[in-house]
Structure formats: C-alpha cells, structure tokens
Design a protein around this ligand. Sequence first.
Ligand code: DHB
Length: 307
Amino acid sequence: NLKTQLAHVAFDGPLLNASGIHCQTADELADLAATANLGGIVTKSATLLPRQGNENPRYYDLAYGSINSMGLPNLGYPFYLDYVQKEEAKPTILSVAGLSADDVIEVLRDVQNSDYQGLTELNLSCPNVIGKPQTAYDFVATRKVLERIFEFFTKPIGVKLPPYFDLVHFDQIAAVLNDFPLTHVNTVNSVGNGLVVDIEKEQVVTKAKGGFGGLGGAMILPTALANVRALRQRLNDNIAIIGTGGVTTGADVFAHILCGADMVSVGTQVIKEGLGVYDRLTQELQDIMDEKGYTSLADFRGKLQEL
Ligand code: DHB
C-alpha cells in the first residue's frame, strides 16, 4: 500500500512529476495522465501571460544530473487552470509563478473564483528568469506575498521553495511559513545558478544568463534530503512536504520519505529515462519496503535516525 495524502487529496502512490517536466503542453499532460505509478500531475509553472522562455540551448544533460535555463516557457495560466478542471485520471497540482507579486495575486484571484477545488502550488523559486531574483531567498518579500494571498485565497495552496544551505535560513523560512495555512511545501527547486564548463570548447553549455543555470539530478540529492529533513523538523505538522531533487532510484524515494516527505517528485531522471521511470522507482521502493517489512509509507516516514 503506497497511498498517501496531501491536504484533502488522496493519491494512489507517492510519485509526482517535478513541475516543468513533461507538463507544458496538452499532449505532454495527456502522457502524464496515462502514466502508470505516477500518483499525481503537477503542471508547468504558469504565468499571467504566455512565455516563450529563454533561448536555446536551455537544457543540458550531464553524467551526474542536468543544468537548465528554461526561463518559464508556458502557455499562460488560463490553459492550465482549464486543464486541471478537466483532468479526471489523477489528482492535479496547479503550479503558478509570477514575474511580480501583483501578477501572482491576479492569477490566484482567478483560481479562487474558478470551480477548481484541487491543490495549487506557488512557485517562489524559479532561478532562470532574467533579472528576477528567487523570491523565497527574501524572507520579508515571501511573508508579504503570502499575507496578500491569504487575504482572499481560501483554497488549498502550498509553496515551492529553493534549496537553503544554512540552518539559520531554515529557521527563518519556517517561521514565515508557519504563520500561514499552507497545505504543503515542495522542496527543493533546482539548485540555482550553477555553471557547467565544457573544457574542450572552453564554453558554457546553456545560452541564457551567460551559462548560469539550475542544477538537478543525482548531484543535488544530499541538498534535497537536507531541505526535506530540516523543514520537516521545523514546519507545523499540518504542512505536508513534497520532496523533490536528485531521485534516480527507489532507494532515493525511500530516503526522501524517511526524511519526512509525504510525496516525492522526479525531474531530471524522467528526461534521462522516460516516463517508464515511475514503474521502476515504484518497484524498487516496494522491494525495499518488503525487505524491511514495511506495509505503508507511514511505517517509515520521517523516522530517520541520528547517531
Ligand atoms: C524554471 C525553472 C525552475 O526551476 C522553476 O522553478 C520555474 C521555472 C524555468 O526555467 O522555466
């Protein structure tokens, strides 16, 4: 039994696509709806207006992960708001991003006024929009936008966070988030502004921002696990956690849940392996649980031991 729950929404299994991964177009979303062992569908972060995104190349595969500088290409929020209201195969999470706080408020007003009753996730952490900082690294700005949202927004909503690297920053972001009725926190977004160097060409590998881009895949697993663990230790019990980052095996899914994740999403590895990855990860997770005698995720969720 791999069932899990996020706010009022029940999922058959804990795996999600990471936002941005195979979830931008109607065709891609239809593929996700038909993917076995994918518990729910997260949409590409949607903005007020459609965006082409950054210039190519904007994704580069690495032996140990990936680097991307997509720049929020998306069809604009009305497309995704319509899609999540029609999707029947699996629960959805509507991901929303803004180029400004005013944009976010405008989009969320429409979500509030729509018939959509599912989950929404506010992306406070896109690293790749030229000239825009990652909101969630500014604790004052984060509190301000959440205050504005909860003046009118009564539907289930969580936030997507960037990775933090200092224990004091975990204290500070948790103190902000604990003041609001959030359904969940999704941690982590890509590790922002890495730089990959092709030494043969003596060049960067992605076009925008001089090659600085978001890192994902196996190289970020310890950072992702640290963020899941540190936030689980600090957030109110009623804020669920989606663990994202560095998953390539069922053992990595198990580790995320052991650190406190209620659900786990997969990004880079889907691009490397295709949507069949969810079958493999589920089988590997089930094998580990069987070997350990666990019959539900709750048997080990959050139970990581210290030395
Ligand atoms: C993009 C990347 C992100 O990590 C994110 O949270 C949102 C958007 C992007 O470049 O499209």
